[in-house]
Design a protein around this ligand. Structure first.
Ligand code: PNS
Length: 167
């Protein structure tokens, strides 16, 4: 039984995350989605809310569960018995960002990082861009799983969406 951890801040969970977790699950017997804190970011949604949204998003996928990562990712991986961390790549910039973390995690406990290439049709989706679009009044419903837009808008102090689209 091989277990992998798909970590991230999931602020909020997006359709891109769903794609990566599905790809990870196709390789590993079990995937633990680890909702963690990124010290380089100021998160919009509190951790319990990010966990709640991720649990709803991944609820339909067999062999996937969502847990909060309270400290170091490598300790979490050891606790759940993961043989690898899985991250998605949209392009070279993602790799440049991920490589130092992968090297640090391997330095800490020897855990390997496996990169999967995401669906290019979702390459424009990033949590930071999703929040920026919402913050400026744009529609995000087709970028995130059901229920996420409403909570993002609420966290931003915006009224409920009217269901608009630019296309
Ligand atoms: O979705 P993100 O923000 O790119 O994910 C980054 C994340 C949360 C996976 C990373 O910041 C992390 O692993 N945080 C947990 C604390 C930790 O282990 N930090 C050292 C990373 S080398």
């Amino acid at each position: 039984m091989t277990i992998a951890v798909c970590p991230g801040s999931f602020d909020p969970v997006t359709l891109g995350h769903l794609d990566v977790v599905r790809r990870a699950r196709a390789i590993f017997d079990e995937v633990v989605v680890g909702v963690a804190h990124n010290s380089a970011k100021h998160e919009l949604l509190p951790a319990p809310r990010r966990v709640e949204l991720a649990r709803a998003a991944f609820a339909g996928i067999d062999g996937v569960r969502v847990e909060l990562v309270a400290g170091l990712l490598t300790d979490f991986c050891r606790d759940v018995g993961a043989v690898a961390v899985v991250k998605g790549l949209r392009g070279g910039a993602d790799f440049d960002h991920e490589l130092p973390m992968a090297l640090m995690n391997r330095h800490l406990t020897g855990v390997e990082t496996v990169f999967v290439v995401g669906d290019p049709a979702l390459g424009h989706i990033a949590s930071s861009l999703v929040k920026d679009v919402a913050r400026h009044g744009g529609p995000i419903a087709d970028l995130v799983p059901d229920g996420v837009e409403a909570l993002v808008r609420e966290a931003l102090g915006l009224p409920p969406a009217r269901g608009g689209s630019y296309r």
